[in-house]
Design a protein around this ligand. Structure first.
Ligand code: ATR
Length: 298
C-alpha cells in the first residue's frame, strides 16, 4: 500500500502505454518488501528537460527513459557514466546531489541475459544485423567483451560504416567491418553468433525477416533477437531450422530493469528472484492480442 513514505519511480517516454517496466519494478518491490511505486509518464516532445527538472523537484529517486528521449535527456543530467557516454544513450537516471546521473543498463542487461542463456561473446565471430541505436549499443558491448570479429550488416551501409569506424578507433584495430545485406549469403566459412537488432519481424508482422537467404542461416550457431513480441521471430525460427540455438529479447528487458533496480536500491537481486520476475514477464508478454512492448527501443 502506498503511504507517506512511498518512493515514486517512473518511465519517461512517448509513447509509454505498452511498457512492461511497471510490471518488472512493482513486482520486484513487492517481492523484496520495498516501499516504492513505479509509474509510466508520457512526456510531450520537447519537454524532457522540464520532466527531469520536475522529477528532481519532486524528490523522485530514479527514473527510466525510453524512446524518443534516450539521447535527448543527456544535457539535463549532472553526470553520465562511461558506458552511457560511449553509446550516447541513457535509459536509467539515479538521483545525486544537484541532479540525476545517467546510466545505460540495456547493454549490461543484454550481457547478463546472454550469460544466463549460456551465450559467450569472448573469442566469437559475431554478426550484427542492423545499424540503428540498438545496434550501436550491441556493437559496443561486443567490443568491450572481447569478440574476435564483428560484421555489421545493414540496408543502409553508411550507418553500418559509422558504427564500424567508431568501434575500430576505440579498439585500435580492424575489429568491425560493415557489409551490405546481400553479403549475408556469402560470408567467410565460419560459425557465427548473430544478433538481430532491427525492427523487422516485430508484431504484427511476425513472419518478416531481414535476411531470407538460407546460406546465411547455415553459418549461424546462435541467434539472438532483441525483439520479444512475437516470442519466436521469423529470424529465430530460421536459425533453429538450420540447427542453431535462438533466443529472444525478453531476458534483456528483464535484466535492464533488474540492473536499474539494483542501482536505485543499492542491492543485488538474487538469480532466483530474477527467475520469478521472468516467469511473470513470460506470462504477461504471451497469449494476448493486446498491443504490448515489442523490443528494446532506441
Ligand atoms: P533503433 O535506434 O531502435 O535501433 P533505428 O535507428 O530506427 O532503431 O534502426 C532500425 C534498424 O532497422 C536500422 O538498421 C534499419 O535499417 P536502415 O539503417 O537501413 O534504416 C533497420 N530496418 C528497419 N526496417 C527495415 C526494413 N524494412 N528493411 C531493412 N532494414 C530495416
Amino acid at each position: 500500500m502506498t503511504d507517506g513514505k512511498t518512493k515514486t519511480y517512473g518511465l519517461l517516454g512517448n509513447p509509454v502505454e505498452h511498457t512492461l517496466s511497471p510490471a518488472i519494478h512493482n513486482t520486484l518491490a513487492e517481492m523484496l518488501g520495498i516501499n516504492m511505486t513505479y509509474l509510466p509518464f508520457l512526456v510531450d516532445r520537447g519537454s524532457v528537460g522540464e520532466a527531469v527538472r520536475g522529477a528532481y523537484a519532486l524528490h523522485m529517486p530514479g527514473l527510466n527513459v525510453t524512446v524518443p528521449y534516450k539521447s535527448e535527456v543527456i544535457p539535463y543530467l549532472v553526470e553520465t557514466d562511461p558506458v552511457a557516454q560511449r553509446i550516447g544513450a541513457v535509459n536509467t537516471l539515479v538521483r545525486t546531489d544537484g541532479g540525476y546521473k545517467g546510466y545505460n543498463t540495456d547493454m549490461p542487461g543484454l550481457y547478463r541475459a546472454m550469460r544466463s542463456d549460456g551465450v559467450r561473446i569472448e573469442g566469437e565471430s559475431v554478426i550484427v544485423l542492423g545499424a540503428g541505436g540498438a545496434a550501436r549499443a550491441v556493437a559496443a558491448l561486443l567490443e568491450e567483451k572481447g569478440a574476435e570479429e564483428i560484421l555489421i550488416l545493414n540496408r543502409t551501409p553508411e550507418r553500418a560504416e559509422g558504427i564500424a569506424e567508431d568501434i575500430n578507433s576505440r579498439a585500435e584495430k580492424k575489429l568491425a567491418k560493415a557489409l551490405p545485406l546481400d553479403a549475408a549469403g556469402c560470408l567467410p566459412e565460419r560459425k557465427y553468433l548473430a544478433i538481430q537488432t532491427t525492427n523487422v519481424g516485430l508484431h504484427p508482422r511476425d513472419e518478416d525477416v531481414l535476411i531470407s537467404d538460407k546460406a546465411f542461416y547455415r553459418c549461424v550457431h546462435t541467434g539472438y533477437d532483441l525483439i520479444f513480441n512475437p516470442a519466436k521471430t521469423g529470424f529465430m525460427r530460421l536459425v533453429e531450422e538450420h540447427g542453431g540455438k535462438a533466443y529472444n529479447g525478453l531476458k534483456m528487458l528483464l535484466y535492464q530493469g533488474i540492473i536499474a533496480f539494483e542501482l536505485w536500491n543499492e542491492l543485488q537481486i538474487p538469480e532466483k528472484t530474477a527467475d520469478r520476475v521472468y516467469e511473470m514477464l513470460l506470462a504477461l508478454s504471451g497469449g494476448t492480442e493486446e498491443a504490448r512492448e515489442c523490443r528494446m527501443s532506441y
